[in-house]
Design a protein. Structure first.
Length: 131
């Protein structure tokens, strides 16, 4: 593990590891203060379920993808705004689309919920304990 003294020095120093910066930003966005039964918790559960079914977290942990009917993907932005992010929609084929959320802090946050990162077809999926 990492000692608390080292973490404190990182937080107060000029040269912080990126993960400390991500944690600080996630805290500012209220990711760690989601109350049970709140609307934000319901949105998070919906997004996590969507990611498990028709989504993907990039292995590089810098982007989250949602796949589905192009017109339906716009509704996800209402949920994503609660977390301080916005998705960008892309259309492919006739009516199919994908939405990318290019936000490293949000991506690390949803990955911390034990949602598979990368190719889900090659991984064992565990049940979510945090939602």
């Amino acid at each position: 593990g990492i000692s608390l003294d080292k973490i404190y020095a990182w937080k107060k120093g000029k040269h912080n590891p990126l993960i400390i910066k991500y944690l600080d930003e996630a805290n500012k966005r209220g990711y760690f203060s989601i109350r049970r039964g709140s609307l934000k918790e319901k949105y998070l559960a919906y997004l996590a379920g969507y990611l498990l079914g028709d989504g993907n977290i990039a292995r590089s942990l810098n982007r989250v993808w949602f796949y589905g009917v192009y017109s339906d993907l716009f509704n996800l932005n209402d949920f994503l705004r609660e977390f301080g992010v916005n998705g960008k929609n892309y259309r492919y084929k006739i009516d199919n689309g994908k939405m990318a959320v290019h936000d490293t802090v949000f991506t690390h946050f949803v990955a911390s919920l034990q949602i598979a990162v990368g190719d889900k077809t090659k991984q064992k999926i565990k049940s979510l304990k945090k939602i």
